[in-house]
Ligand binder design. Structure first.
Ligand code: A2P
Length: 308
């Protein structure tokens, strides 16, 4: 890897490794963010309104930026618009709320978190008596156009999407005045989505891998990918950990990776992946592990086969 960033279609540089904050508890996320920025060398933090911890992250940003150890301009910060805020007249206020919580003047990247709109007044993930998501009559196009306005207002430097399938992107690209800079999707050795990655990259849409470690800890009863013998073997060979092998593999696919941790030693471990390189044969071996296994599948909680 000759660089530690990907150049977006806006020209901005997005660091290849960011700290993920999904499921980071409010009482530990602040220290994790501060440690990442001031001790571990991270320059990219991935946030979202729905994670419920942006206020605590904002305190951490304030602490770091005010003492000048790291400048705001040196850090790439992403947040995401939740499904309840898709109505065009809510997009601006949702973005302003996130900026206020994060104590920032601008975001480097603002993503539409999912391609579904739900009413704003029924809770964050409303479902009906049959367990089906309650939708709101707002198209992705309407929401996207409101997000484009945020760029014009200087509140965000780039906009993008998350959890978009090929056909959702295909449609979006037909009308987008501002092309999405990024599609953030679930990617790890057990869910490789090669076709979607190559479609995005062919359209100059960068790809961010969420759950790049396969979210160990969130699925304690399943055999985990990091326990796969392949990762153990490569880890031994390179004097690295299985997690570092999985992350390095993600980077060598030209995807941005955002491993989440609130433990300093793991935060450090997860960014210490620039001093070795997997061979093309090793990449190929990991490619064969694909099971199309999703750890994040809304059919379980919204009752719709979102990815089918
Ligand atoms: P913790 O936050 O307690 O360190 P993903 O980013 O794929 O969703 O994975 C996040 C999960 O993986 C969290 O449960 C996190 O736990 C754990 N984790 C993060 N880094 C490592 C690592 N280097 N080795 C093992 N588990 C890790």
């Amino acid at each position: 890897m000759s660089t530690n960033y990907i150049q977006l279609n806006t020209g901005a540089h997005m660091p290849l490794i960011g700290l993920g904050t999904w499921k980071s508890r409010r009482d530990s996320v602040g220290l994790a963010v501060e440690y990442s920025l001031t001790e571990a060398g991270y320059r990219h933090i991935d946030c979202a309104a729905i994670y419920g911890n942006e206020k605590e992250i904002g305190e951490a940003f304030n602490n770091v930026f005010k003492n000048g150890k790291v400048g705001r301009e040196d850090v790439f910060i992403t947040s995401k618009l939740w499904n309840t805020q898709h109505e065009p007249n809510r997009v601006l206020s949702a973005c302003k709320q996130t900026l206020s919580d994060l104590q920032l003047d601008y975001l480097d990247l603002y993503l539409m978190h999912w391609g579904v709109a739900v009413p704003h007044n029924l809770g964050s993930e409303p479902v009906d008596d049959n367990g089906l998501i309650i939708s709101a009559p707002v198209s992705i196009q309407q929401t996207w156009q409101a997000m484009e306005e945020l760029v014009g207002e200087g509140l965000v430097r780039a906009i993008g999407v998350a959890n978009f399938t090929t056909m959702m992107l295909y449609d979006l690209l037909s009308y987008a005045r501002i092309k999405p800079a990024v599609n953030q999707i679930e990617l790890h050795p057990y869910n490789q989505q090669k076709g979607l990655i190559s479609f995005c990259q062919s359209k100059n849409v960068a790809v961010t891998a969420y759950s790049p470690l396969g979210s160990p800890g969130n699925h304690p009863n399943e055999k985990h990918l990091l326990d796969d013998i392949v990762f153990q073997e490569f880890a031994q060979k390179y004097h690295k950990t299985p997690a570092q092998i999985a992350l390095r593999w993600g980077m060598q696919r030209n995807t941005i990776i955002i491993p989440k941790s609130t433990h300093p030693e793991r935060i450090k471990e997860n960014i210490s992946v620039f001093d070795f390189e997997l061979s093309s044969q090793e990449i190929e071996t990991i490619s064969k592990l694909d099971k199309r296994h999703r750890y994040v599948d809304p059919s379980e909680w919204w009752g719709i086969p979102y990815f089918e």
